[in-house]
Design a protein around this ligand. Structure first.
Ligand code: 5GP
Length: 116
């Protein structure tokens, strides 16, 4: 295992871990973009959405269930939140270990900022 997030899974670098199960790990983003900003990742090192295999379906389904569970425990489920998965350059992906951003705690506004 080599990616940054693989090192977090292996506890080789520190993170504020908020949830773990057999398939997934969730921890707070180091540079939060909202009052609640949690990254939920599959333990298997999948680089991007383009690399998802049929065998990953259970883990990826679990990501959504963990997101809902954490939204409830963080107190943002009723007001609402946003889930984001970035892919490659145009998607703005910086860490090549697939991850689901859970963002909430304030009104996040329109989905995309208008840029040209
Ligand atoms: P991406 O742009 O790839 O979708 O998102 C990567 C996210 O990982 C960014 O929101 C960034 O702040 C977060 N991140 C990068 N390095 C670290 C780290 O070492 N620890 C934590 N907890 N988050 C990180």
């Amino acid at each position: 295992m080599s990616s940054l997030f693989a090192k977090i899974i292996a506890r080789e670098i520190p993170a504020d871990i908020v949830y773990e199960d057999d398939l997934t790990l969730a921890f707070r983003d180091i540079a939060p973009q909202a009052p609640v900003h949690i990254l939920i990742i599959p333990k298997r090192e999948i680089a991007t959405v383009n690399d998802v295999m049929p065998a990953d379906e259970a883990a990826l389904g679990r990501l959504l269930r963990v997101a809902a569970k954490l939204a409830a425990s963080e107190g943002i489920a009723q007001d609402g939140y946003r889930l984001i998965v970035n892919c490659n350059e145009h998607g703005g992906q910086e860490v090549f270990h697939l991850h689901l951003h859970l963002l909430g705690g304030r009104n996040l506004g329109p989905m995309l900022a208008r840029q040209t």
